[in-house]
Ligand binder design. Structure first.
Ligand code: ADP
Length: 219
């Protein structure tokens, strides 16, 4: 489903990724672990098409689509449809309701407002937030905010969800619930996840744990 070969990234003279390759199958839950500064977020941003490698002799494919030669505009369209993102801080829009936040990527993908809202409603209900549709983010708990972010990530039926420290800002119980939700979505919908995490429990639950150090995958 995801195939990456020989990804390099430099910031000035600092080589942050030194030739990373990986393959991820549909329905896998992969965690990426390692010390701060190892290059985990940078790697997630490259495979998430939010940024590009600095070398040219690399390959990156998602769902058999070769991404290297796409323009920025083509890439953002691809990203909107194929990749869902979850960040440490939910990054929901504060002025919009939970329902609107979830529906937004679907409007952007070209769904009518009615269809987008319907999809958002279904997802929020599925995630146990049917009674929070009209709440703005500030009125939701941290765990609820993160579940809204999961619904938003799912709204366009992405091929893969990429999460960067998704439970980093949650209390232990909300973190456990969020992790259970990821595996539930995998079991029910064969949803693929790539998750950067410091959470040991999540890393141990995942199908595969990739350990990074100094810009390479060591294990
Ligand atoms: P991790 O997620 O493993 O903590 P990162 O990928 O965030 O690691 O960062 C790896 C290294 O790259 C760090 O030394 C960081 O300071 C550096 N870095 C990340 N982004 C940038 C940037 N935009 N400009 C310069 N240096 C950066």
């Amino acid at each position: 489903m995801i195939k990456a070969e020989n990804l390099h990234k430099k910031y000035g003279n600092l080589e942050v990724l030194k030739g990373v390759s990986l393959q991820i199958k549909k329905g896998e839950v992969i965690s990426i672990v390692g010390p701060s500064g190892a290059g985990k977020t940078t790697l997630l941003q490259l495979i998430g098409t939010l940024d590009r490698p600095t070398n040219t002799d690399y390959d990156l494919q998602i769902n058999q689509q070769v991404l290297k030669h796409l323009s920025d505009k083509e890439l953002s369209k691809f990203r909107n449809r194929e990749i869902g993102f979850i960040f440490q801080f939910h990054q929901l829009l504060p002025e919009f309701t939970a329902l609107e936040n979830v529906a937004l990527p679907a409007y952007i993908a070209g769904l009518s407002k009615e269809k987008a809202n319907h999809k958002a409603l279904e997802l929020l209900q599925l995630l146990g937030l049917g009674n929070r549709l009209q709440h703005k983010p500030a009125k939701l708990s941290g765990g609820e905010q993160q579940r809204v972010a999961v619904a938003r990530a799912l709204v366009n039926n992405p091929s893969v969800i990429m999460a960067d420290e998704p439970s980093g800002n949650l209390d232990t119980e909300s973190a456990k619930q969020l992790h259970r939700l990821f595996f539930d979505l995998r079991d029910r919908f064969n949803q693929t996840f790539v998750i950067v995490t410091h959470n040991e429990e999540l890393a141990e639950m995942s199908d595969r744990k990739l350990t990074m150090r100094d810009g390479i995958i060591i294990d």
